[in-house]
Design a protein around this ligand. Structure first.
Ligand SMILES: Nc1ncnc2c1ncn2[C@@H]1O[C@H](COP(=O)(O)OP(=O)(O)O)[C@@H](O)[C@H]1O
Ligand SMILES: O=C(O)[C@@H](O)C(=O)COP(=O)(O)O
Length: 424
């Protein structure tokens, strides 16, 4: 079994669906389950070939991220995981302190692994790694929208250097020409790096074929890391000729709501599409009111006053970079993010428990983590994809779509929140 530790919730859904697409029966948890507990969704340990634990460790204190990741590791190993995969973001989202480096250091120490190969490459989302540099579309990471991210602005595209800032261990590169020479060449390069005292290897990959090669080369490694692309490569190498299990489609009846905290350019375009289509929209304004409880109360009052038949509404905190900077200057980066996440979590909880909402669509990884936590959802079944890497999640009492800020076409949120006319 592959055991995945994901550093955020949308990353977990992305990797879970990649594993399922690769042919593995996959189960998803929204936190490390208590020891020995079997979730209601799980019928038995042998039913699954992959288990994904979603944490919310991307931007927390490194020591807390390490402790939570080690607890997840322990649980997964007890459940029989023979390979551990640390899922991080395809844009290598991290701060100068971590948490990719500190968590990998701790996992490698715990498993006594001398070399860990990884790649953020996810060509289907335009993320490619070449000569150790990460590209987003046709620009370097540091020239992409990620330089303006609210919590993890990425200003260096050379990944061995980014990782070196977060770990005392050395990071090298498996260049594309070795990847193109096949799995044996990748393994030879990894062995060379190991003898040169490197502990980490960033594997170049610019297309799906490169990820398949890397998956074959790394299929028996105890610890591997990366975005969903390499996990898919590992699944394909492990599952052989298995076809992906059938996914359930979502029932579009019932009341839906969109909650957005991502400030990515893609999410802003998706919000604009909703507003342009005439959907009711309410912006949480922390500058006007920095108290999350009263911010949430304002949004809930607004929701209660909506007339029927107006379509699923949008409640959002998302701002474009220049306006976001003003909020962060006034309230602080972390404080303003916490205010928004807390308010959106409160809104989600009350809408589901008291207003009959049954379908929650959340935009943003940290935002989705806050929503899942506030709803108290512990796990779910992975349904069909609303967009590549964005599956519906069927949890007890609520259906969720947890969207990475950067994923999906402009009409994703509009379409995912469509509801039958008499739903509200
Ligand atoms: N108006 C705002 N002011 C300050 N921080 C905000 C605002 N809106 C959203 N944020 C914060 O920005 C972060 C966005 O991260 P996230 O939800 O992971 O989105 P993405 O998937 O784009 O990375 C969250 O912590 C969110 O609370
Ligand atoms: O790898 C990816 O890009 C995603 O799976 C992911 O981690 C998304 O993170 P957010 O952009 O914070 O949602």
């Amino acid at each position: 079994m592959i055991g995945v530790i994901a550093d955020d919730v949308t990353g977990a859904t992305d990797v879970a669906v990649a594993l399922r697409r690769g042919g593995l029966r996959t189960v998803l948890y929204f936190a490390t389950p208590p020891p020995g507990e079997i979730s209601p969704e799980e019928t038995g340990p042998s039913e699954y070939e992959a288990a994904v634990i979603a944490l919310k460790t991307r931007t927390i204190e490194p020591s807390a991220a390490v402790a939570q990741s080690l607890a997840a590791l322990d649980w997964l190993r007890r459940r029989g995981a023979g390979q551990i995969y640390l899922k991080f973001c395809s844009t290598f989202d991290s701060t100068s302190a971590g948490n990719i480096g500190p968590v990998l250091d701790a996992l490698a120490d715990a498993l006594d692994v001398p070399m860990v190969a990884m790649t953020p490459s996810s060509p289907e989302h335009g993320r490619t790694q070449y000569q150790g540099y990460l590209f987003v579309g046709n620009v370097l990471l540091s020239e992409s929208h990620m330089r303006d991210h609210p919590l993890t602005p990425m200003t260096d595209s050379y990944l061995p250097r980014v990782l070196a800032g977060q770990s005392a261990h050395r990071a090298g590169v498996v260049p594309l020409r070795e990847v193109r020479d096949g799995p044996a060449a990748v393994q030879r390069r990894l062995a060379e790096l190991r003898t040169e005292s490197f502990r980490y290897a960033l594997v170049d990959a610019v297309d799906q074929g490169d990820l398949a090669t890397a998956g074959q080369a790394l299929a028996t490694e105890p610890l591997v890391a990366g975005a969903a692309g390499l996990a898919g490569g590992l699944a394909a190498a492990t599952a052989g000729s298995e076809t992906a299990p059938e996914a359930d489609t979502v029932d579009m009846s019932g009341t839906a709501v969109v909650l957005a905290g991502s400030c990515s350019a893609r999410t802003l375009a998706q919000l604009k599409a909703m507003i342009d289509a005439g959907r009711p929209a309410y912006r949480l304004d922390a500058l006007a009111d920095p108290d999350p409880e009263s911010l949430a109360a304002g949004a809930l009052d607004w929701f209660s006053g909506l007339p029927g038949g107006v379509g699923a509404p949008l409640i959002y905190s998302s701002l474009e970079p220049s306006r976001l900077r003003l909020v962060q200057q006034a309230l602080g980066r972390e404080r303003s993010a916490t205010i928004m996440e807390t308010a959106i979590g409160l809104v989600a909880r009350t809408l589901v428990s008291r207003h009959g909402v049954t379908r929650v669509i959340a935009a943003g990884g940290e935002t989705s983590g806050a929503v899942v936590k506030a709803l108290g959802v512990t796990g779910g079944l992975i349904g069909a994809e609303a967009a590549r890497g964005v599956p519906w999640i069927f949890a007890p009492g609520v259906t969720l779509l947890l969207k990475s800020g950067n994923f999906g076409e402009a009409d994703l949120l509009l379409n995912a929140s469509a509801q039958q006319p008499d739903s509200r």
